[in-house]
Design a protein around this ligand. Structure first.
Ligand SMILES: Cc1cc2nc3c(=O)[nH]c(=O)nc-3n(C[C@H](O)[C@H](O)[C@H](O)COP(=O)(O)O)c2cc1C
Length: 225
C-alpha cells in the first residue's frame, strides 16, 4: 500500500483546499498515524493526542461552527497566533491574494470572502478532519514543536497515500464546540487541525503552488571553506 519516496512526498505535498467527497479508508488513516507517531519529541514525551472525525460528528461540528460564525460568536482558539508584520505579513498577503485570484473572488466581494472563511472553518469540506491536541497543563514550549513535527508527518504520510491535506488553523476557532462534539477533555489544548481527503484537482485553489525563499536567503554556512 505504501508509497512514494520521502523526497517525492516532500516535493509533492502542498495544501489542498478542495476535496472529493469520497471517504478515506480507516486503515489508511491508521497507517498514516502509525507513521506520524514515529516523529521525534523532546525527551520522547510524545505529548500528542489525535481526534479523527468524519461522518455525522464532522457534519455536526461544521454546521454548528458555521452557526457560531454567523452569530458572530467570539473566536477563542486555544493557541492564538499573534499578528504578523514585515516580510511575514507580506507573504501571508501574497498567498491570500493568490488563492482569491484563483477562486475569482474580488477584493470587495465580502460574501465571497466570508463563504471562503466558512469553508475553511468546515475543514474545506474534506471528508475527514484531524485535531491534534495535548494535555493543556503542559507548557506550550513543551508541546507546540512536537505537535508540529507530528502534523508534518501526517501531511507527508497522507501524501504517500494519494491524499491531500491542509493544516487548517481556521478549524480551531471554537475549541469548546470541538470538545463538546468529540468528548476530548476540557483541559486539552487544541494545537492544530488538518483537513484530509482525496484532492479535487478541478478545484481552482488547488492549482496554487506557493513559493519559498531560496536556500541562499535562509541559510548561512560556517566552516565549509
Ligand atoms: C500552522 C499552520 C496553520 C495553517 N492554517 C491555515 C488556514 O487556516 N487556512 C489555510 O487556508 N491554510 C492554512 N495553512 C496552510 C498554509 O497557508 C500553507 O502551508 C502555506 O501557504 C504554504 O503552502 P503549501 O502548504 O501549499 O506548501 C496553515 C499552515 C500551517 C503550518
Amino acid at each position: 500500500m505504501d508509497c512514494m519516496s520521502l523526497s517525492e512526498a516532500m516535493h509533492n505535498r502542498k495544501s489542498i483546499r478542495g476535496f472529493l467527497p469520497d471517504p478515506v479508508p480507516k486503515e489508511h488513516l491508521e497507517r498514516i498515524i502509525e507513521l506520524a507517531i514515529q516523529s521525534p519529541s523532546a525527551s520522547n514525551a510524545q505529548p500528542w493526542l489525535l481526534a479523527v472525525v468524519t461522518g455525522q460528528p464532522l457534519v455536526e461540528l461544521n454546521t454548528r461552527g458555521v452557526g457560531l460564525r454567523e452569530k458572530r460568536a467570539p473566536v477563542n482558539p486555544d493557541v492564538a497566533p499573534a499578528d504578523l508584520f514585515g516580510d511575514y505579513l507580506r507573504r501571508r498577503r501574497e498567498v491570500g491574494i493568490q488563492i482569491f485570484k484563483l477562486l475569482g473572488i474580488e477584493r470587495d466581494d465580502m460574501e465571497g470572502r466570508e463563504e471562503w472563511n466558512r469553508k475553511a472553518l468546515r475543514f474545506f469540506d474534506a471528508p475527514v478532519g484531524i485535531f491534534i491536541y495535548t494535555d493543556g497543563t503542559l507548557e506550550r514550549a513543551r508541546t507546540d514543536f512536537d505537535l508540529g513535527l507530528l502534523t508534518e508527518g501526517l501531511c507527508l504520510g497522507a501524501t504517500c497515500f494519494g491524499l491531500g491535506t491542509c493544516i487548517d488553523q481556521q478549524a480551531l476557532c471554537y475549541p469548546d464546540l470541538i470538545r463538546e462534539v468529540t468528548g476530548i477533555p476540557d483541559d486539552s489544548r487544541l494545537t492544530a487541525a488538518v483537513a484530509i481527503g482525496y484532492p479535487d484537482w478541478d478545484f481552482p485553489a488547488n492549482r496554487l503552488d506557493s513559493t519559498r525563499e531560496p536556500l541562499e536567503t535562509v541559510t548561512s554556512w560556517h566552516g565549509f571553506d
